[in-house]
Design a protein around this ligand. Sequence first.
Ligand code: SF4
Ligand code: SF4
Length: 123
Amino acid sequence: MPFVITDPCIGTKDSACVDVCPVDCIHPRKDEPEFATSSMLYIHPDECIDCGACVPACPVAAIYDSPDSTPASQKALIEANAVYRVGDTSAVEKAEAIVKGHMSSRADLMAVAPTERAAAHAR
Ligand code: SF4
Ligand code: SF4
């Protein structure tokens, strides 16, 4: 079961997880053109080897260890992680549209500082 990046990454996007991932399955990286306009980072579900290295690296607890453990408030973002493919414009747009939809439907969470947002996920 792949790991999933959720909304505390929005507004943080520091790439700490990218630096520790042994299989380079988190995108976009800072050296990829999509990075500047990306709302958050995404984990490729088929490439993630479930090593868990990214979780303690994330300063805002944005990463859950499976779709099952991802809170209900973040479920839409499982699909965003799943469809995102760096270098594929249509896949990038699809993932970003899901994230934008989440941001408008969960304006309450977006109003919380990224460092506090994971604690609010259970609301
Ligand atoms: S669990 Fe491991 S392989 Fe999967 S995204 Fe995190 S660091 Fe990469
Ligand atoms: S470490 Fe966390 S906040 Fe930073 S880019 Fe990765 S998921 Fe986003």
